[in-house]
Ligand binder design. Structure first.
Ligand code: DP6
Length: 365
């Protein structure tokens, strides 16, 4: 598929008003997306587990305007309150997708959104937030053109979400999702994410992710700035190659359930992401002392017990603790006994692999 496939021809229906609600999950990358080209094209392919509990619910109410507006017309509510400061991000998103969703200036929208996880927890809400909005807009597109297939719906939702935030492309479906062209993955694309098309051992089907909230502050480096640091980065070329190689290896790991290798790849990816930030100009240290304490505790516990627990990190200090469901009892006990003390206000979120976004209600008038 090319970008041309996402430009709609004429719509079949006239829709004057309606509403739709989507609940869309966050995701945690195993092979990280870090570095991008123009138009949200990733510098390397990435793969993630879709989460289950961490999600954004977005209700989109739409009403056709008498005349096509000059500017986008919408009100944005976050957790019940009008949020003017979130609007620029939505305007940028609308500008980027207007060519593919040409109805945008024909409607007034009310966007009501809320997160299942605490606001300012340091958990990125852009993946769940922008995927939820992309899905809601796709529901309106489907009203206008009921002929679109489910496959097209999901692909285009991912395509639109990507234009809002790269990682959001991976939040449409579950449970293992890949975004970005990779020679060894059939049908993979830089334009949208796909459900992982190969065998995934049952060990991974209910994988656990306990998110330790080490630092709930604002992100020190916005993702845009962070991605840009990969331009002219001395190690960028090797890093992008490594991501392809890790995806090659993961294919066998997913098939066989080789947890030792899985752990090696996942932790190496997290540390490489941070290494890229440590070695960029300007440079950043995004881990906090407690991030390192947690990593060391995880390694000591793994050595002591031979359990398959590992960590991954995003562009921040919080730690995602990943482990198989069959070791949940002992691992969760270890987390409570030894890791929660390093969390800000003892806060953590128990999540697990999920199966993608869901539409909650559709009311047609
Ligand atoms: C470190 O998706 O937030 O979480 O495309 O600029 O919105 P933008 O970036 P974003 O980057 C996420 C980077 C990451 C790794 C990952 O999720 O793959």
């Amino acid at each position: 598929m090319t970008i041309q496939n996402f430009i709609p021809s004429e719509y079949v229906n006239e829709i004057t008003k309606g509403e739709v609600t989507w609940k869309s999950p966050s995701n945690i990358a195993l092979v990280k997306y870090w570095g991008k080209e123009a138009n949200q094209i990733p510098a390397n392919p990435s793969i993630s587990f879709t989460l289950n509990t961490c999600a954004t619910t977005t209700k989109l109410t739409y009403e056709k305007l008498k005349n096509t507006a000059k500017d986008f017309s919408f009100d944005l509510y976050f957790e019940g309150k009008l949020k003017e400061d979130f609007k620029p991000k939505i305007i940028t998103f609308f500008e980027r997708i207007e060519a593919y969703s040409p109805f945008l200036k024909d409607y007034h929208f009310i966007i009501e959104t809320s997160n299942s996880f605490p606001h300012s927890s340091g958990i990125a809400s852009s993946a769940s937030g922008l995927s939820a909005l992309a899905l809601a807009l796709m529901s309106l597109e489907k009203e206008l053109n009921p002929n679109i297939t489910e496959e097209y719906f999901n692909k285009k939702a991912s395509f639109l979400a990507r234009l809002g935030s790269g990682s959001a492309a991976r939040s449409i479906e579950g449970d293992v999702v890949q975004w970005g062209k990779h020679k060894e993955t059939k049908n993979s694309s830089n334009l949208y994410a796909i459900k992982y098309p190969y065998e995934v051992d049952k060990t991974f089907k209910n994988y656990q992710d306990t998110i330790l909230l080490v630092d709930k502050g604002q992100k020190e480096v916005s993702s845009t700035v962070g991605h840009n640091l990969m331009h002219n980065h001395p190690f960028a070329k090797e890093r992008f190659k490594q991501a392809h190689k890790n995806l090659d290896t993961l294919k066998r790991v997913f098939k066989t359930g080789d947890l030792k290798k899985f752990i090696e790849i996942v932790e190496s990816e997290a540390l490489t992401l941070h290494a890229m930030m440590l070695t960029s100009l300007p440079y950043f240290v995004l881990m906090k002392p407690n991030t390192l304490e947690i990593i060391n505790k995880i390694w000591a516990f793994r050595k002591r017990t031979n359990k398959n627990v590992c960590f991954t990190l995003d562009a921040g200090a919080n730690v995602h603790v990943l482990y198989p469901e069959f070791e949940k009892e002992e691992t969760l006990q270890f987390i409570k006994d030894e890791l929660v003390a390093y969390c800000q206000n003892g806060q953590y979120i128990c999540d697990q692999i999920g199966f993608g976004a869901a539409q909650l209600i559709v009311k047609k008038e």
